[in-house]
Design a protein around this ligand. Structure first.
Ligand code: GDU
Length: 345
């Protein structure tokens, strides 16, 4: 199955967010008949309606916490891309129950509504912060993945295939470090680097959409899809931004922020021991063993020993010139450089 053969109706939860909007453009290009945007904010929907001007896009105001609003919006839908979430580390830290309500119970509602309305597939979006989580946002996303996998395990014969994708930081996403560095350079302030040796996976928005499309095309119930993304250090990222904008490279090292890890993990060694390796992507199948405790206690898995976690510390490390090239390809950076009359090398 490809996006072009996706069926008549697709629903995107969190459809007005940056991922949602990019996904909707991809679905419009794939000639999907009807695309439903499901989100809470009517003002953002109205802005999007005016910007897109497409009668193939329909808008549903609702909240994933409200099951009834999902049942209405998923009626007659063939496929769902579930992007609605609380994603900010600090706000989830202060209000962990809100993260549970939206990310865990809200996702369960999406899956249950899909099941009830005979939706054929649901792709659920997760994050590297869900692996060995240390903050409430990551923990709630880890539980969301478990809910999706439990659906696969417990719903043999269901019409609805549920799978997950997991990816790391999306470059230039709202409120993230790259636009912050650009703003600091523009206003002549030093770049605030938490820890020059800290690493993050780097991925563009269109690569995130590619991963979701790959998952949609290849999903079996309960699969988790992961991209073999490259990574860089925060020191190199700051240096790359300075080189691109030709700015003075004064850097303030501010230290690690609350709730953040030095390195992120996209896949654990236990997952990789079971994963299919597609080169650019891994597919981790659901652990479909039944709850036979004798097996859990007395049988091990030698495969696990042969693997190590896939982390932003051991992923392919991008050097500064490569980061410069990646950044120079981002539409937002190109627009900033055009404003300043700088031509990227
Ligand atoms: O002033 C800053 C701010 C951040 N960083 C570093 O830049 C990297 C990326 O930070 P971001 O704030 O851009 O991204 P996070 O990894 O903290 O996570 C972000 O992306 C996540 C998705 O993976 C969630 O959306 C999360 O809420 C959001 O903060 C981190 O190593 C961080 O330490 C700095 O060096 N200086």
């Amino acid at each position: 199955m490809t996006l072009a053969s996706v069926g008549r109706r697709v629903l995107v939860t969190g459809g007005t967010g940056s991922f949602g909007q990019a996904m909707i453009r991809r679905l419009l290009d794939a000639e999907v008949d009807e695309i439903r945007v499901f989100s809470r904010d009517e003002a953002k929907q109205d802005a999007m309606r005016r910007q897109l001007g497409s009668d193939r896009v329909r808008y549903y105001v609702g909240d994933v916490r409200d099951f009834d609003s999902l049942v209405t919006a998923t009626r007659g839908v063939d496929h769902i891309f579930h992007a609605a979430a609380l994603k900010q580390v600090p706000s989830c830290e202060f209000f962990p129950l809100e993260a549970v309500r939206t990310n865990v119970l809200g996702s369960a509602n999406v899956i249950e509504a899909a099941e009830r309305n005979g939706v054929r597939s649901v792709v659920v979006l997760s994050t590297d912060k869900a692996v060995h989580p240390i903050n409430a946002m990551g923990m709630s996303k880890a539980m969301m993945e478990k809910v999706a996998q439990a659906h696969a395990r417990n719903s043999a014969g269901s019409e609805t295939t549920v799978c997950c994708v997991r990816y790391g930081n999306v470059m230039y996403s709202r409120g993230s470090v790259i636009p912050l560095f650009v703003e600091q350079l523009k206003t002549g302030r030093p770049l605030t680097v938490t820890d020059p040796g800290m690493t993050r996976f780097l991925m563009s928005l269109s690569e995130a959409v590619d991963l979701v499309e790959h998952a949609f095309t290849h999903a079996r119930p309960g699969d988790v899809f992961i991209r073999r993304a490259p990574a860089c250090t925060m020191g190199d990222l700051a240096e790359a931004v300075c080189q691109l904008f030709g700015g003075p490279s004064k850097i303030d090292v501010i230290g690690v922020r609350h709730g953040e890890k030095r390195h992120e993990t996209l896949a654990s060694r236990e997952e990789l021991s079971q994963a299919d390796d597609f080169g650019d992507f891994f597919r981790v199948p659901v652990d479909a063993r039944d709850l036979n405790y004798a097996l859990y206690v007395s049988e091990g898995d030698r495969e696990v020993i042969a693997h190590q976690d896939f982390t932003s510390a051991n992923a392919r490390r991008l050097a500064v010139p490569e980061v410069v090239r990646l950044l120079a390809g981002l539409p937002e950076i190109r627009a900033e450089l055009a404003l300043r009359d700088v031509v990227p090398a």
